[in-house]
Design a protein around this ligand. Structure first.
Ligand SMILES: *Cc1c(COP(=O)(O)O)cnc(C)c1O
Length: 356
């Protein structure tokens, strides 16, 4: 149990007047939560303080060796004005796994959830009210020790910042165009693919730039060893419905174990679909498309929830999926998960946690 001190801002910012223009990760709330970690002491000085720039030594290890990890989840405003979280303990557990791999200290699961609830409660007025909007919560850990020798850091900070974000699909759910990356690699066995760390993103931007230049919105990554099996899309896990059966890559070290992915699998199984978590060759996906058997493709992640894919380009082949329209299973998953998140559907799965 953390003992969190609170220092309120003396200069609260104006809340955004037009919630239809929030965007994603553009504006930040009035406060942030900070917890220090010192070797030999552990976590100490948990505090909510005014949101402000950090003061760090330029030699802080985070700047030089990417000793950093992060999480992402949301707080949702319900019709009765109350606020809830979606499976925050899963983010807490994932950050423990990430930090273990990255040699960063991890907060115990209960402390992570307590910290998230505390900052959301503090910033309750910043949780937007309009349809589809939410408060995005970004916990992260940085190595703060000024030291240029490569080793683990003796000091760290756990920080949570929050950003009110707009409806992801403000103009309706438009399927995205995906470029299948066959040159660069995101993750390899034994690497950091299963972790949420900044370094994974730094190394993957080049493919995003390439995809954009070719007129595609995101990259679908293949396995790093053979460039043969589908893994995930940008910041989303990826599902394929082929001839009635649903496939998604196994989370065996090179794929990020998404909370949305896990929730989709649980729902799909409950609805009686067969979900296959075996490796799926991209060649099989393209073959299914040419035979008219590639019924639906969608990405899953906290930001978009479910993102239908309308087009896949692999080398010189292009697959068009479901006439560029959202498929029925994709739609049902979107409606069910968002329904539970915003409290419009009963939470039969026990996934939501109120912030009181
Ligand atoms: C965060 C993330 C996801 C999605 O995870 P969720 O828990 O569903 O938000 C998928 N892939 C990558 C690489 C990610 O960083």
């Amino acid at each position: 149990m953390l003992n969190i001190s609170i220092t309120k801002t003396t200069a609260p910012k104006a809340k955004p007047a037009d919630e239809s223009k929030l965007g994603f990760g553009v504006i930040y709330t009035d406060h942030m939560l900070v917890i220090d970690h010192t070797e030999g002491i552990g976590w100490h000085d948990a505090r909510i303080v005014p949101y402000e720039p950090l003061v760090l030594d330029p030699a802080a290890m985070v700047f030089h060796y990417a000793m950093e990890s992060f999480e992402g989840l949301k707080a949702y405003r319900l019709a009765d004005g109350s606020i809830q979280l979606f499976r925050p303990e899963k983010n807490a557990a994932r950050m423990i796994n990430t930090n273990h791999r990255m040699c960063l200290p991890a907060l115990p699961e209960e402390d992570f959830v307590q910290a998230v609830k505390a900052i959301v409660k503090m910033e309750a007025d910043w949780v937007p009210h309009s349809e589809g909007t939410s408060l995005y919560i970004r916990p992260f850990v940085i190595a703060t020790e000024p030291h240029l020798g490569v080793r683990t850091s003796k000091t760290h900070q756990f920080i949570i910042i929050c950003s009110p974000v707009g409806a992801y699909y403000s103009t309706g759910i438009n399927p995205v165009k995906i470029f299948v990356e066959d040159e660069y690699t995101r993750a390899c066995p034994g690497g950091t693919g299963f972790t949420k760390c900044g370094g994974n993103y730094a190394a993957s931007l080049i493919s995003q730039v390439k995809a954009h230049d070719l007129g595609y919105e995101q990259t679908l990554w293949l396995d790093g060893v053979e460039h043969k099996y589908v893994e995930e899309v940008g910041s989303m896990n990826c599902f394929f419905k082929i001839d009635g059966k649903i496939y998604t890559a196994p989370t065996v070290g090179t794929v990020l174990p998404g909370v949305t992915r896990m929730s989709c699998i649980e729902l799909l199984k409950k609805w009686g679909y067969e979900v296959c978590e075996d490796r799926l060759p991209i060649a099989d996906v393209m073959k299914a498309a040419s035979e008219g058997k590639l019924e639906e493709v969608f990405g899953t992640g906290t930001a978009a929830v479910i993102s239908p894919v309308g087009e896949l380009r692999y080398e010189d082949q292009v697959a068009y999926i479901n006439n560029g329209e959202i498929g029925p299973v994709t739609h049902r998953l979107y409606d069910t998960i968002t329904g539970i998140q915003w409290g419009k559907l009963p939470d039969d799965m026990g996934w939501t946690v109120p912030v009181k």
